[in-house]
Design a protein around this ligand. Sequence first.
Ligand SMILES: [Fe+2]
Ligand SMILES: [Fe+2]
Length: 301
Amino acid sequence: MKTTDAQPNSHSPLQSLEEWEDFLKERYPEPGVAAKPFQATDPDKKKEEFRNYEADVRPTVREFYRQNHRHQTYEFAQAKRKEFLSLNRRQMSVWEAAEYLNTLIDDSDPDTDLSQLQHLLQTAEHIRADGHPRWFILSGFVHDLGKILCLWGEPQWAVVGDTFPTGCRYSDKIVFPQYFADNPDSQNPRFQSELGVYEEGCGLDEVQLSWGHDEYIYQVTKDYLPAEAQYMLRYHSFYPWHRENEYARLTNARDRELLQWVQKFNPYDLYTKSHTKPDVKALRPFYEDLIAEYFPAKLNW
Ligand SMILES: [Fe+2]
Ligand SMILES: [Fe+2]
């Protein structure tokens, strides 16, 4: 089914991965920035409801979501965990991984023209400027390193995108829910009850989210970071949970306790992009020290 004229057969409909993040910024405007004019008309209405994000979206982003929702099945998410989570592809330090990710050249971000490394540094530097703990700064620096999956030939829809639980009913708060009609799991009654294959309160650790860069970087780094940081990395794209408050029935007390850290992290990821490019050379010693404080010299990727 063709829904757009934007390279419908390509697995790389986005000109750059940032196109997806720019869209998220539209979908989830910074609280306090866009809210005021809308509150004048109806203070009870959420500002997102005023935005017709579906009509305004770029065709490339629309096509990206169409592919993501169609192909991210329960079985696919399981298969990718098997394929990548043995972490036997290569050994790299965290800084080497950041430089490796920086070789990902796509068409430049029309809004900011930032490299991958610059996005990581901008995120981390804003966290640092706000006086947060060192592990929080480090989380900002590593949070998108999982995008190296793109360098290993993975299609965009299997690396980025707002994540969602597979194996149970799709929330209608997920962006473009109508595209799930093309997902084979939507025809499987076992996967379409509210809890699906899960038990109430089982905890997100038991839940298989759609596959992408979040789960991958969480698995690579989890042994070395505090629980709050692990949650930030693992769930930073799980917008249906941390922005829409969906899927509460799958969470346990620990998830609900740590959700606040995912929410604390989100603004740094989404709203810190600027034209002022961080000085990579000047910042490197600080980050090398920080990396050495938490991580071994080489990590398994
Ligand atoms: Fe990310
Ligand atoms: Fe990011």
